[in-house]
Design a protein. Structure first.
Length: 405
């Protein structure tokens, strides 16, 4: 009979993030090959027998076309995993990669698995965002009944409701770029980032492609708001104001420079029980303490990180002061400012190596990438606890707490 066990993180890898456009370095790499790159790397680094893998769980948001037909199973086969290793694709929008990790942890905690590889993949240059369609935005009756607006309008709504000026958001974005460049210069990502190569084993991309270290407040000030025209001409500002009548208007303060970049990338995290680690000669790096997902108001949509974090903290019997480092996905600058304000967390504990504003947000992979990022930095700084959280479309949030071993 299986008995409940702990969930341990044995390793984490990711590809570099490529620019999610046709001129991006990873555009020529298929999503399956991106995912297989991460799966091979974690197997080769740790040397475990893939016949013992109970599941491969990968987040993937646009699971259509080249990313369809259960990319987790197909990528595992392409990576040379044993036929006995099954695979499952997961979609909770932007938190899919972290939810894949939480599903892996849940299997282990329930005693129903012993070794699981989780992570995510998204090739946004080859399978663009919204490729899978969906009634939420495309069915007028559904959109009307749920007060649907695009995420950029939601982000501007958060900034308007909470008084975040464009200068506040731009200053945050400049710091994200600075931190990401410094992190690369100091080798903070060297342990986890595995290069992407072509069929001849020649290098395709070895580091994140989207960092703009020369970003300044002045250069960002020259950018036009990205969502003002959409809000006015398509009526989305009116929808947001109908849902939040305390707003007299929507201040459009987000643009390409203070929002997450479209990116390609993949990540893999090796989870196991303590006993499986001993059997396979693996050394645990961290344990999963708790995780949680929440639903929030779907029009404003992007406020889920704070309540998800609070729920995970309650489950762990912890407070925000007990967390050494936070990784909050930088979907939009206002999302992170709101999180820091609600939890009372200073910026020197949040996204210390930059985030998606600088490095990009490959939708289905980002959550797993952030888990590896916070683990690496906890080890580098000799700290103990980290919390990862992401906002999620349709009004949700997911969070995970880890503790170093």
């Amino acid at each position: 009979m299986s008995t409940a066990s702990g969930a341990y993180v044995y390793d984490a890898v990711r590809t570099p993030r490529g620019r999610g456009r046709r001129d991006g370095a990873l555009h020529a790499v298929t999503p399956v090959d991106l995912a297989a790159t991460a799966l091979r790397a974690i197997r080769d680094r740790q040397g475990f027998d893939t016949a013992a893998v109970d599941d491969v769980v990968l987040g993937c948001v646009e699971a259509v076309g080249e990313q369809g037909m259960n990319i987790a199973r197909i990528a595992a086969l392409v990576a040379g995993y044993d036929l006995a290793a099954p695979g499952m694709q997961v979609n909770r929008f932007c938190s899919s990669g972290l939810d894949a990790c939480n599903i892996a942890a849940a299997q282990l905690m329930a005693g129903q698995s012993e070794l699981v590889v989780a992570g995510g993949v998204e090739s946004m240059s080859r399978v663009p965002m919204a490729s899978s369609g969906g009634a939420w935005s495309l069915d007028p009756q559904v959109a009307f009944s749920t007060c649907f607006v695009p995420q950029g309008i939601s982000a501007d709504g958060i900034a308007t409701l909470h008084g975040y000026a464009r200068g506040d958001l731009d200053a945050y974005a400049v710091e994200s770029q600075r931190r990401a460049q410094r992190a690369w210069d100091e080798g903070c990502f060297a342990r986890s980032v595995v290069p992407v190569t072509d069929t001849n084993d020649l290098p395709v991309l070895g580091r994140d492609e989207t960092i703009r270290a020369d970003t300044t407040l002045e250069s960002l000030a020259a950018l036009r708001p990205s969502f003002a025209e959409q809000g006015a001409t398509l009526g989305f500002d009116s929808v947001l104001i109908q849902r939040y009548p305390e707003l007299e208007r929507v201040d459009h303060v987000h643009h390409a420079g203070n929002s997450s970049g479209i990116a390609d990338g993949a990540a893999a995290v090796l989870f196991g029980s303590r006993e499986a680690g001993v059997r396979h000669g693996l050394r645990p790096r961290a344990r999963i303490v708790s995780f949680a997902s929440v639903g929030t108001e779907p029009t404003i949509m992007l406020t889920g990180p704070a309540p998800a974090a609070e729920k995970a903290l309650r489950r762990a019997g912890m407070a925000s002061a007990d967390i050494d480092l936070f990784e909050v996905n930088e979907a939009f600058a206002a999302v992170v400012l709101h999180f820091m304000n609600v939890l009372g967390v200073a910026h020197d504990r949040v996204n210390v190596n930059g985030g998606a504003i600088a490095m990009g947000h490959p939708l289905g992979a980002t959550g797993a990438m952030l888990l590896g990022t916070v683990l690496d930095e906890l080890e580098r700084r000799d700290l103990a606890t980290g919390l990862v959280t992401l906002c999620v479309g349709a009004g949700m949030g997911t969070a995970t707490i880890i503790e170093r071993i």
